[in-house]
Design a protein around this ligand. Structure first.
Ligand code: PGA
Length: 273
């Protein structure tokens, strides 16, 4: 089984999407703290509740080492942007990392590349961790466009962003056809795209910088398939949707990530504000 380079720690995110209610979010966060907090030294763990529960969940996970994440952000600072949330508002409630360009925002809400790029810049300027999500649709894979789509989404998202900004960057490769469908990319297929993304970063920046960027896999990750995916040399943990809504499956996935990278450094990937 291939082993990871010693510079990267695995990163596991729980993307709750538009799920839970206030009471359920607090209960789930408390269970995740119970089951996962002691695993933070081996794995960077973040949870991404709906905006309206960020503050409550933040209070529950405070001091646990688990990071509070937001599912989205708007690049403007403040002003007439009805319904939107800025980086400073997120920081105000304790958020330290933000998903940018999730496929549900790209495809259901038609978010264009330019806006995704602006969001990523705003996140970095605010000193937050940015998780840039990329991934091809089923049709794009079928028509042989997997490489082009993933490379383009990464290059357009990162365009003009200087090398110093690579440090708070996490990439999530999430094939759209695998999200919420129960279909998972095979470890080999996922590894091929992760390798492509890393070499794209190496061409845009340099090899050493690219080797430090955690690249998560997302798309129907669960307790059963996590270990095989995370054992691939360029897969550094996962971004988990459905299976993050139960603390037992989320905890098992965190265990699989920790095991896959046992001998990695103790440097944190997700940052606290
Ligand atoms: P899923 O979602 O694990 O339910 O497929 C992953 C994601 O969208 O981040």
């Amino acid at each position: 089984m291939a082993s990871h380079t010693p510079v990267r720690r695995p990163v596991v995110g729980g993307n709750w999407k538009m799920n839970t209610d206030g009471r359920g979010a607090v209960a789930l966060a408390a269970e995740i703290v119970d089951r996962c907090a002691q695993k933070c030294p081996q794995t960077d763990i973040a949870i991404f509740p709906p905006f309206c529960y960020l503050e409550q969940v933040g209070q529950v996970i405070q001091g646990s080492g688990i990071k509070l994440g937001a599912q989205d952000v708007y690049p403007g600072e403040n002003g007439a942007f009805t319904g939107e949330i800025s980086t400073s508002m997120l920081k105000d409630v304790g958020v330290s990392c933000v998903l940018v360009g999730h496929s549900e925002r790209r495809h259901i809400l038609n978010e264009p590349e330019e806006l995704i790029h602006e969001k990523l810049i705003a996140v970095f300027e605010a000193g937050l961790q940015g998780v840039l999500c990329v991934g091809e649709t089923a049709d794009q894979r079928q028509y042989g466009q997997t490489e082009t789509i993933n490379r383009d989404q990464l290059v357009l998202g990162m365009a003009g962003i200087p090398q110093q900004q690579l440090e708070p960057l996490v990439i999530a490769y999430e094939p759209v056809w695998a999200i919420g469908t129960g279909k998972t990319a095979t470890p080999d297929d996922a590894q091929a795209v992760h390798e492509l993304l890393r070499s794209t970063l190496a061409s845009a920046y340099d090899k050493e910088a690219a080797a430090k960027v955690p690249i998560q896999y997302g798309g129907s990750v669960n307790s059963e398939n996590a270990a095989a995916l995370f054992s691939q040399p360029d897969i550094d943990g996962g971004l988990v949707g459905g299976a993050s809504l139960r603390s037992d499956s989320f905890s098992n996935i965190v265990d699989a990530a920790a095991l896959s990278c046992r001998e990695t450094s103790s440097e944190s990937s997700f940052q606290t504000p």
